[in-house]
Design a binder for this molecule. Structure first.
Ligand code: HEM
Length: 306
């Protein structure tokens, strides 16, 4: 029997010791799949009255798509959060979150194939003919290439090319968000929210790369306001370019709280909370995590989503 090295177990760190951070992240990534599996089994036992509703496969396609994009954004949040929260160990879970996104996306695709009665020619023609599926396919192909090259051996073998390839995760994020917007019929609340969080993470990276102190209160407050404004603009742009719904009414709805709190406010709130935490943890100074270089040859920081 082949013995698995302790450091290879998904809940252990590189030295082979148990890591609570990794164990919690593993539980978090498995929970949606277990939940979906439970509902599917209940549905099979319950017969026609499926626990997943009247169209269980469609429901499962939506569910896995949602989690694929959530884990993708979560993997992109690791680098900003480890600095903002001054919690360097968070880097341990970046690869796990990236791979979780890949596995949910693969599940999503397989369910789509099953929904097409495994008619692969039809799947192929749909992917070629429907823009939103073409975009989803390119995003999936990108995720597969990142997942395939995410091992330590690949990181060592590819060197700088690995870093360039894995920067592609930003484009994959844009494509996945676009796919989400395009398949949504009228109400783009959810795609706008996830895109707003993605925008926050991207402008944080730009600020960091430009040499701003990306854990300072002033910078984080400015980023929050900017990300919220860009979220509202994205939502406005979508409604005005892709629908007949009056986009200015949607934009004005950002100033009314009677129906729902618009995505831009949630993005602002997340940004403000992070700014407050950073102030408490880092006191406006660059955190310990902020001092470390992003890339080391030892490999831990070479993983999905740089
Ligand atoms: C070949 C690749 C892909 C195919 C064929 C595909 C197919 C689909 C289909 C058929 C839907 C539902 C559309 C509807 O009901 O009208 C959907 C929704 C969605 N997909 Fe994909 N997809 C692919 C890749 C991806 C990837 C890579 C991601 C994310 C990383 C993703 C995220 C989503 C999301 C978030 C939704 C919306 C779920 C919801 O409405 O709750 N998809 N996709």
């Amino acid at each position: 029997m082949v013995a698995i090295r302790a450091s290879k177990l998904p809940w252990n760190d590189r030295s082979g010791r148990f890591s609570l951070t990794k164990a919690l992240s593993l539980a978090l990534t498995l929970a949606p799949a277990i939940y979906l599996g439970t509902l599917a089994v209940k549905g099979m036992i319950g017969g026609a009255s499926s626990a997943l509703g009247p169209r269980p496969i469609t429901e499962a396609i939506h569910f896995t798509g949602d989690w694929a994009i959530r884990f993708l954004v979560a993997s992109l949040a690791v680098t900003p959060l480890r600095r903002i929260l001054n919690y360097p160990k968070l880097i341990q879970i970046r690869r796990q979150l990236g791979l979780a996104s890949l596995f949910y996306a693969l599940g999503h695709f397989c369910l789509y194939v099953a929904d097409q009665k495994f008619d692969l020619m039809r799947v192929l023609s749909e992917i070629v003919l429907r823009y939103y599926l073409t975009i989803g396919f390119v995003a999936l192909a990108g995720l597969v290439s990142l997942g395939f090259t995410s091992t330590d051996a690949m990181i060592r073998r590819m060197g700088k090319a690995w870093v360039r390839l894995h920067k592609g995760v930003y484009l994959i994020g844009v494509l996945a968000a676009l796919h989400f917007f395009m398949q949504t019929k009228a109400d783009v609340y959810q795609p706008t929210l996830i895109s707003g969080l993605f925008i926050y993470l991207m402008i944080w990276r730009i600020a960091h790369a430009q040499g701003f102190n990306s854990t300072s209160l002033r910078v984080l407050l400015s980023l929050s306001v900017l990300a919220a404004a860009l979220t509202a603009i994205t939502e406005y742009a979508w409604y005005s370019l892709a629908t007949n719904i009056p986009a200015d009414r949607v934009l004005l709805a950002n100033l009314s709280f009677s129906n729902s709190i618009r995505p831009a406010w949630w993005v602002l709130s997340v940004g403000l909370v992070l700014a407050a935490i950073s102030k408490a943890r880092n006191g406006g100074k660059r955190g310990a995590a902020g001092k470390s270089r992003c890339i080391t040859k030892s490999g831990e920081r070479y993983s999905l989503a740089s």
